[in-house]
Design a protein around this ligand. Structure first.
Ligand code: ATP
Ligand code: MG
Ligand code: FE
Length: 342
């Protein structure tokens, strides 16, 4: 079955073509980063307009790359939520319109289920069951995954998502939007011994996270440096390093705890922050000691993309599921999902 995947939940227009026999045939991405950069964050109305402009050309591009025609498609999957309502609407209407015209099934996919299944596009795909750490711009969650659509929330951030904290700290450090990769690059030059930032909520039981205090701690440190006239390039890098170390450590402490408590030996790490090099390196070492193993998406499938939506949709579509309604779901808890057919 050849499934076209469409992702428009935020500021990336992603399109891909996944074949349930042959695997990923083509994928294309248009990032709106430059459009939103001058505002320091995503402007929803501009995002919707840009998706409208870019989506159909990307569909054509993906079909051309795979040397296929629209008539060769067997189904269409699109991100139905969570995300920005206007942005989701562009993907939903396009998907339903195309599916109507071609008389093929269409399915609305959960954006975080897409992130969660993205490592399955890799050569060494994780087998069910596993624990998933979803770390992105809007989510920080630990989920016990027993199978497709069988998700139990183990813990989540009570305030900011890890990616959101990276982006806000980037602003404090006067780095351009989107800040996560910029903070990570700056941290490479930072020294870990200069500052030690707190590891929030690790000294008590449970699997929830909190990153807002860490953000405030970063701001306070920066203010003190400015007051002491000690803020320079090295200090900036040292603060980035201390922040990154604290986030990475905190995530790893909770992952280890989740694996121990659930008895799982596989950990999936997905979402934008899973691209972070220091997180991957430190986590791999920590898990080896536990006799467990981590699975990640390839770099460009950590952040939003069409491939993860085509893949997640394909898994549900081959099980016979398709959408009844076109209604996007801007808010949609992952744990509400059920396995196909349930
Ligand atoms: P959600 O998936 O929760 O709806 P989103 O789609 O906006 O949110 P993603 O596209 O998955 O989020 O990820 C974007 C986030 O990942 C941003 O916050 C960005 O700063 C962060 N990020 C990307 N690369 C890195 C990196 N190397 N280190 C740290 N953070 C990163
Ligand atoms: Mg994005
Ligand atoms: Fe995302």
């Amino acid at each position: 079955m050849r499934v076209l995947g469409i992702e428009t939940s935020c500021d990336e227009t992603g399109v891909a073509l996944y074949d349930t026999d042959a695997g990923l045939l083509a994928d294309a991405l248009y990032s709106q980063v430059a459009l939103h950069a001058e505002f320091g964050g995503v402007v929803p109305e501009l995002a919707s307009r840009d998706h409208t402009r870019k989506l159909l050309p990307l569909v054509d591009q993906v079909l051309a790359d795979a040397q296929l025609a629209k008539q060769d498609l067997d189904a269409i999957a699109y991100t139905a939520g969570p995300g920005l309502v206007g942005a989701l609407m562009v993907g939903a209407c396009t998907a339903h319109g195309m599916a109507r015209a071609l008389d093929i099934p269409v399915l609305g996919v959960h954006h975080m289920e897409g992130h969660l299944l993205a490592p399955m596009l890799e050569e060494t795909a994780p087998a069910f069951p596993f624990v998933a750490l979803l770390v992105s711009g809007g989510h920080t969650q630990l989920v016990d995954v027993r199978g497709l659509g069988d998700y139990r929330l183990l813990g989540e951030s009570v305030d900011d998502a890890a990616g959101e904290a990276f982006d806000k700290v980037a602003k404090m450090l006067e780095l351009p939007y989107p800040g996560g990769p910029q903070v990570a690059a700056l941290a490479e030059r930072g020294r870990s011994e200069r500052f030690r930032f707190p590891r929030p909520m690790t000294d008590r039981p449970g699997l929830d996270f909190s990153f807002s205090g860490l953000k405030t701690h970063t701001l306070t440190t920066l203010r003190q440096l400015h007051e002491q006239d000690a803020f320079d390039d090295q200090a900036q890098a040292d603060v980035a390093r201390a922040f990154e170390d604290a986030v990475v450590d905190t995530l790893i402490i909770k992952c280890r705890r989740a694996l121990k408590e659930s008895g799982r030996t596989r950990l999936v790490v997905a979402g934008g922050v899973s691209a972070n090099r220091r997180l991957r390196e430190t986590l791999d070492i920590a898990l080896t000691k536990l006799g467990a193993r981590a699975f990640y998406p390839r770099g460009r499938f950590c952040t939003d993309n069409g491939a993860m939506i085509a893949y997640a949709g394909a898994q549900r579509l081959i099980a016979g599921q398709h959408s009844q309604t076109l209604q996007p779901r801007p808010r949609w808890p992952l744990a509400e999902l059920t396995p196909p057919g349930c």
